[in-house]
Design a protein around this ligand. Structure first.
Ligand code: UT7
Length: 339
């Protein structure tokens, strides 16, 4: 016999998902450019002019990814005015999980008391949140899930080599979350596109600590667990991929870049953001940037930015919102929403 809930879910099938609530959280600890000047050969002038970053949040000893994910998720659930028990899906996008097993998603689930959800992690680096939105949208559309939580959460500082000036100035810690449910009146997610190209895997990677190079005293001493990045090569691919995939979702939904009211690109580098905006020919007034305050928080960057934009009243009903990302893997994607 089909239960009431199943009937309701079947009726909702083929309805796009909308974001019903968001949240964000990050460690209190802050690492400024002045702090970094004392740690490596760099300068506030170099970091500001090459990246736009002034400070980034950094976790203290004892803090871990799911703590911030749970705090962000609680806000998203509360603002969506649902009960944690109604959440049917938890996707945590992270490349810095609490531990290898179980997934950070399951740890978050237990803390939230969302005991009827399916929970898992996605490792798609900076594109993880958009990968999560894409999957959640499909599961809501199919009627399998009514409410889904998508979280981007990272404690990148655990994998940053604070003697390597080419990476340590960039990355920050934090978490952002979105609670999705069936959309009304043709609003919500209008189009999604996600891609990856593993041929570029070694442009941003952590060589050691997994099954290929298991963690030993030697690999730790050699810093093989730290992120290595060919930033300059990634830069060009990032700009091209984010602009191309943004055009794809706009085309698919029948819109022009001009129609977009808010553009939130992954916060990788202010110069990347500016170059993507220029390629798309969108006015800088609709492009959101918080990189000065947070640095690059990988999968957390877009949901943190979205939550800030909502708090600042930058999004109105019916507004077209474009999200685009690029990250290690390499991975990239875009999501177009009607608010
Ligand atoms: O999150 C998504 C994935 N990541 C990205 O998309 C990152 C994309 N890449 C970037 O954001 C930029 O490439 C960086 C910010 C990482 C680097 O900026 P750049 O303008 O591409 O610099 P570069 O790597 O070409 O280096 C230029 C110079 C080099 O010195 P020489 O060889 O010209 O003497 C570097 O050694 O800048 C030097 N440099 C620094 N100098 C002071 C590199 N890092 C620093 C630093 N402070 N922190």
């Amino acid at each position: 016999m089909i239960g009431k809930q199943e009937v309701r879910q079947k009726l909702m099938a083929n309805t796009n998902a909308a974001i019903l609530g968001t949240g964000r959280a990050y460690p209190e600890g802050i690492l400024t450019n002045a702090d970094l000047e004392r740690m490596v050969e760099t300068s506030d002038e170099w970091i500001t002019s090459r990246t736009g970053i002034k400070q980034r949040h950094k976790a203290s000893e004892g803090e871990y990814t799911s703590q911030f994910a749970v705090a962000a998720a609680r806000q998203a659930i509360e603002r969506a005015r649902i009960d944690p028990g109604e959440v049917g899906l938890i996707i945590c996008a992270t490349v810095t999980p609490d531990q290898i097993l179980p997934s950070t998603g399951c740890l978050i689930q237990a803390e939230l008391g969302a005991n009827r959800a399916a929970a898992f992690d996605i490792a798609a680096a900076c594109s993880g949140f958009l990968y999560g939105l894409t999957l959640a949208n499909q599961l809501i559309r199919s009627g399998q899930t009514r409410y889904a939580l998508v979280i981007g959460a990272e404690i990148l500082s655990r994998y940053v080599d604070y003697t390597d000036r080419s990476t340590c100035v960039i990355f920050g810690d934090g978490a952002g979350a979105a609670l999705l449910g069936p959309a009304e009146d043709g609003r919500g997610i209008l189009a999604t596109r996600i891609y990856s190209d593993g041929r570029y895997a070694e442009q941003l990677f952590s060589p050691g600590g997994g099954t290929r190079i298991p963690p030993t005293a030697e690999t730790l001493a050699g810093g093989l667990h730290y992120f290595k990045m060919r930033g300059n090569e990634l830069f060009k691919v990032a700009v091209r991929s984010m602009a191309d995939v943004s055009r794809e979702v706009l085309d698919e939904a029948g819109y022009q870049a001009d129609d977009v009211k808010l553009f939130i690109p992954h916060q990788a580098n202010q110069r990347i953001t500016d170059a993507v905006a220029q390629k798309l020919k969108v006015d800088e007034s609709i492009v959101y940037s918080n990189i000065a305050m947070h640095g690059n928080t990988s999968s957390a960057s877009i949901p943190i930015a979205l939550d800030e934009c909502l708090e600042m009243g930058k999004v109105g009903e019916g507004d077209l919102v474009l999200l685009a990302s690029f990250g290690g893997g390499v991975t990239w994607g875009a999501v177009l929403l009607k608010w």
